[in-house]
Design a protein around this ligand. Sequence first.
Ligand SMILES: Cc1ncc(COP(=O)(O)O)c(C=O)c1O
Length: 406
Amino acid sequence: MNYQKLKEKYGTPLYIYNVDVMKENIIQYQNNFKSNQFETEIIYASKAFNIKAMLRLLMRYGLSLDVVSLGELYTAKKVGFPMQKIYFHGNNKSEEELRYAISEEVGIIVVDNLMELKLLDELAKGLKKKINIYIRLNVGVEAHTHKYIVTAHVDSKFGVMYDGKEYREMLEVLQNSPYIKLQGFHSHIGSQIFDLAPYDAVIEKLVKMIKDFDRPLGINLGGGFGVSYTDADHPIPFDVVSKHLIQTMEAELKNQNVRLHKLSIEPGRSIVAEAGQTLYTIGGVKQTPNKLYYFIDGGMTDNIRPALYEALYHADIVGKENQFKNKIATIAGKCCESGDVIIENILLPEAAKGDLLITYSTGAYGYSMSSNYNKALTPAVVFVEEDKDELVVRRQSLDELLEREI
Ligand SMILES: Cc1ncc(COP(=O)(O)O)c(C=O)c1O
């Protein structure tokens, strides 16, 4: 990657996506997540990175799409994404969002709770439209990075408890609704997961759930497959993850003597994270009594994850990747917040004003969580495919920043 050239062409900060990496990730999932016993589906969780160019790339590969808001859904609509391939999630979808999803004939609405189901039923009756749904279940399996607890995480804001009163009431609503058809169950147990055992526990529980029905239903296992941000992360290759989930499901179906219509997964981060990098220019270097700061021209406005949940990243000074790393530096952004730090204490070579700094694995939840705090302008996004770069999101201008202000 010629970072200097990209800086000259597009400026910094700059989000750079290697499209070849995203394509490879998609192909890995597609080639391995398949079974001859049931249908399979890969649904990209677009909250990780939802822009028109990304959705067009997914369309080239025939992936399905998970959206969680009117905005994400509207982006899909604007690029002509097949509405039937969309799963609409969310724990508090508004009536406006549901109406829009129904009128656009979104494939599946993933219903979070009883209140939503009742509202959906009313809307469906009013609009005289049939609606296919999944129910999001809290299956009591919580996965946090390397740890998992197979006890009910009862206070999650997502889904209904799989064995609770609310769930049973939902089944009653469904029995009495000529408009709403249950197509399956959904569970998402967390993110950046490096262990497949929690998914095995989910599979066992969900197969038990669908056993109660007189027709084969679908199971959506959500996303959460871990990626590498630093050397400390050891993700399981996607082909291994995919094959494991398929084989575990096939074995469990046999074990419980159940038929499954479709198995889906919803990877977000694992498709885009490692394909993305963020390019910054170092504007200054400051030595305090105990710290050496490298100041970058972006920060928490283009990558909130370190400030939000202490996410770790790796970085290099462009052109000095192989130089002796003799400085322990803290990469700080330009916001008026002490917490505006992208990387704390990273070993790097000496840097000077004007050097370029690259942070790796920033493709997921970076751009999509960006903000205009301190009235920072949202950076441009560039796709690089077979060494050709293409601008896919323009840098926000000052006038665009003020566009909606009256
Ligand atoms: C319902 C659902 N599906 C899929 C995902 C994607 O997770 P990840 O990006 O970790 O793969 C999320 C992330 O929060 C989610 O909430």
